[in-house]
Design a protein around this ligand. Sequence first.
Ligand code: FAD
Ligand code: NAI
Length: 472
Amino acid sequence: MSKQFDVLVIGGGPGGYIAAIRAAQLGFNTACIDEWKTAAGGPAPGGTCTNVGCIPSKALLQSSEHFEHAGHHFADHGINLSNLSIDVAKMLARKDQVVKQNNDGILYLFKKNKVSFFHGRGSFAAAKDGLYEVKVGEESLLAKHVIVATGSNARALPGAAFDEENILSNDGALRIGGVPKKLGVIGSGVIGLEMGSVWRRLGAEVTVLEAMPAFLSAVDEGVAKEAAKLFKKQGLKIELGVKISEVKSDKGGVTVSYADAKGAAQTLAVDKLIVSIGRVANTIGLNGEAVGLKLDERGAIVVDDECKTNLPNVWAVGDVVRGPMLAHKAEEEGVAVAERIAGQHGHVNFNTIPWVIYTSPEIAWVGKTEQQLKAEGVAYKAGQFPFMANGRARALGDTNGFVKMLADAKTDEILGVHIIGPFASELIAEAVVAMEFKASAEDIARICHAHPSLSESTKEAALAVDKRTLNF
Ligand code: FAD
Ligand code: NAI
């Protein structure tokens, strides 16, 4: 006998589990299927984000940052340490514990919200009488609405499959058992920089090989330039404009053959190689063909602006559809779809989705970059304020970077905010709120910000738009 639901979510990552909770809150009889397993074979909902993405990477970034501070910055505070060492096994165990807390938290939230959870792979079986049949193992589930949130997988370099021993995806990069002497990273995107930073801080010699001639080309040029300067100072080697020709792996490590920006043949020998060259939508095992689910040429599920697929009452959200591959984007889409199913007007504003790169310093932005505004021919004013001139940043001993605000030249509406510096990930929230409410730079400049706080730099950047900073 099949179990029947109003809403069935396939995938329990941030897109799926949040969609399921919101659907249940709205009164729908809801189920969520997720196949992720713990090492012992138990359920591990939370998807890439919780298991091998956002959460474990931030746990390791925190541990490695403590190590770096203890080794290089505590002495400035008069704290003297000797014989500093890192216990990688303990650091990884702590990371695993943080992941487990998040897995358990999601299972608790399912119970609390009365979402039925099924552990296993969900596969479309048929569509009949206005219902979709989805199989999980031997079990058959029926639902009027299906939300597909099956996420993404790491893209491999042609001819260099992930073995997670020597050639690592994000999964292997998060569980290297000891600090490699030499670590190679292909791709200087978000994962490459975050994971490269972790292992560099712990003592690895890290070389990043990037195909594009420009560093962080999606980031505001001023921020990318500052980041390149600071990462170089930290000892992260980044080679731009390379073309990888071959990757060879054996017991001794990995050798990467490539042409450098000038076309000269080069080799890089490393103990481990992280390949972080983007991710691909995941529909493995979903069996969308059974119901005629349409994919695009890159394998992503085709959806419209409202996350509707080509099939009635089948929706798709998160990494498996177009748009930025970010956990908070997946969550927003999940909420919006549940609300649309309930006849409400869920909405996701793509222009106010914040981005954060959790390096040190952190990089965060929302809205347009200066190069985008130039390309679009938008007249704008820019204001910038360095953390060097901020009292709280000086007290923290973390004065690298700045806040930059871009506002419409005529209306003063904020068009973009770009931050490189301490706690940029937290500071960006004010900019997101401001842009969502269509604030002007003057609005931020007139708001009282606590002293001493890093957020005063955002106010000062807003004042700088009108060329009237008070502290610089
Ligand atoms: P996923 O999180 O991938 O979840 C999909 C789930 O569906 C998985 O559990 C999978 O097992 C399950 N599944 C797939 N097919 C089936 C099936 N047929 N049946 C049952 N279950 C199925 N984003 C941020 O915003 N901030 C960050 O700091 C950040 N850091 C990251 C760090 C790394 C190393 C990586 C790799 C990614 C990071 N991301 C970050 C991106 C973020 O993880 C993704 O954007 C997010 O997880 C996408 O959510 P999702 O729900 O669409 O898919
Ligand atoms: P990415 O898209 O951020 O970066 C990939 C980089 O690899 C690009 O710079 C690209 O030019 C380069 N590249 C591509 N092919 C190459 C090749 N053959 N040789 C050399 N370089 C090559 O992808 P990444 O880092 O894999 O991350 C995937 C996604 O995960 C990100 O786009 C992001 O959405 C998400 N993520 C988000 C994080 C966050 O929000 N803090 C952290 C980590 C990941």
